[in-house]
Ligand binder design. Structure first.
Ligand SMILES: Nc1nc2c(ncn2[C@@H]2O[C@H](COP(=O)(O)OP(=O)(O)O)[C@@H](O)[C@H]2O)c(=O)[nH]1
Ligand SMILES: [Mg+2]
Length: 370
């Protein structure tokens, strides 16, 4: 289950700079709007201190962290939904993503061109991008409406439900709201809504890209971004992408730490961003620990033991018997699996166990059940 996040935003807001910090792949960062012609794909590891702590106990052959794919999506501009700029290419890229990282320029720099040469304006920037995505969603909705109206006329129940969903979305989009602001209580309607794969229903993380001086406390622009995010119940964070790019280029952990300390930051923006993305998508991690490897596995919050077993292998899910679960804190406290077992702290759980973040799992399964 590779998690995929797409970075979007107007040209010259710092998307490629952010991508560079995130990924070892070097997207071209230059003072030119369409620098990223091809979507750039990078894979980053999800930082998790627990893996290292466990490895100190288990001494595995290797540590395998969870990964997250990041796509730097080429410049969205005003009119993009009608084919302006790079046309509709980027929309396909966004459609493939699980979440959107929306970068908004919150730094002044006369040398970096802002579209039209106007002063920095986070509100306008956000609304230009939102509008393009909303227009594209409206196109999807209108096409579906035509189709479903015909079917509904013949008295089809499902088509009538679809119309209910489509009309609710249409109303919101026409008011300039994102489709994610519309919620459906009914399970059937939720499914219809999901299957539309709208762009503005994807979870979004707003990133206010600030200068080094505002890395710790933000600035007036980033406060505005925070307000806008709060108004729609979305996640938001401030990052100094250019500075973080410099930090990412440093060789040693100690050097990076020192640089961050000087800025008054506890954690690199990249680490914060990935954690936020995980949270945004309701993702959690369970761990397997053995002599071969200590490995992080990604699952959706609320999943039960067999479903999580299926992340490792479908046979594990089909033939699931039980799961032996050690809480991370207990593993660290007692210092070995045997000691945890002796202390009676190892849980033996059945198919209804809801796996918790950080659980160290050992699945028992029966192959002949398959
Ligand atoms: N002064 C300043 N420049 C930045 C910052 N972030 C990015 N830039 C510069 O802005 C220009 C455009 O950045 P880029 O990442 O290519 O923008 P993109 O078009 O959104 O991908 C580059 O010259 C970056 O070095 C920042 O926080 N402060
Ligand atoms: Mg770029």
């Amino acid at each position: 289950m590779a998690l995929k996040c797409g970075i979007v935003g107007l040209p010259n807001v710092g998307k490629s700079t952010l991508f560079n910090c995130l990924s070892s792949a070097k997207a071209q960062a230059a003072n030119f709007p369409f620098c990223t012609i091809e979507p750039n794909l990078g894979v980053i590891t999800v930082p998790d201190e627990r893996l290292n702590k466990l490895a100190e106990i288990v001494h595995p052959g290797q540590i395998v962290p969870a990964t997250c794919e990041i796509v730097d999506i080429a410049g969205l501009v005003k009119g993009a939904s009608k084919g302006e700029g790079l046309g509709n290419k980027f929309l396909g890229n966004i459609r493939e993503c699980d979440a959107i990282i929306h970068v908004i320029r919150c730094f002044d720099d006369d040398n970096i061109i802002r579209e039209g040469g106007a002063p920095i304006d986070p509100e306008e920037d956000k609304s230009i991008i939102d509008t393009e995505l909303q227009l594209k969603d409206l196109e999807t909705i209108d096409a579906q409406l035509k189709k479903q109206e015909k079917i509904a006329n013949s008295g089809d129940k499902e088509a009538k439900e679809a119309l209910e969903v489509l009309n609710a979305y249409k109303k919101a989009l026409e008011q300039g709201k994102n489709a994610r602001t519309v919620a459906f209580d009914d399970k059937e309607l939720q499914k219809i809504a999901h299957d539309l794969f709208l762009l503005t229903t994807k979870p979004v993380l707003y990133v206010a890209n600030v200068d080094e001086s505002a890395a710790k406390d933000g600035n007036a622009y980033s406060k505005k971004v925070e307000e806008m995010a709060a108004a729609e119940g979305a996640e938001c964070m401030t990052i100094a992408a250019k500075t973080e790019e410099d930090i990412a280029a440093l060789d040693t952990y100690e050097d990076k730490k020192m640089f961050l300390d000087e800025l008054g930051l506890k954690e690199s923006g990249v680490d914060r961003l990935i954690k936020k993305a995980y949270h945004l998508l309701n993702l959690q991690t369970f761990i397997t620990a053995g002599p071969m490897e200590v490995k992080a596995w990604t699952f959706h919050k609320g999943w039960k033991a067999p479903q999580c077993a299926g992340v490792i292998h479908t046979d594990f899910e089909k033939g699931f018997i039980r799961a032996e679960v050690i809480k991370y804190e207990d593993y660290i406290k007692y210092g070995s699996e045997t000691a945890v077992r002796d202390a009676g702290k190892m849980g033996v759980e059945g198919k209804d166990y809801v796996v918790q973040d950080g659980d160290i799992m050992h699945f028992r399964f029966n192959v002949s059940k398959n």
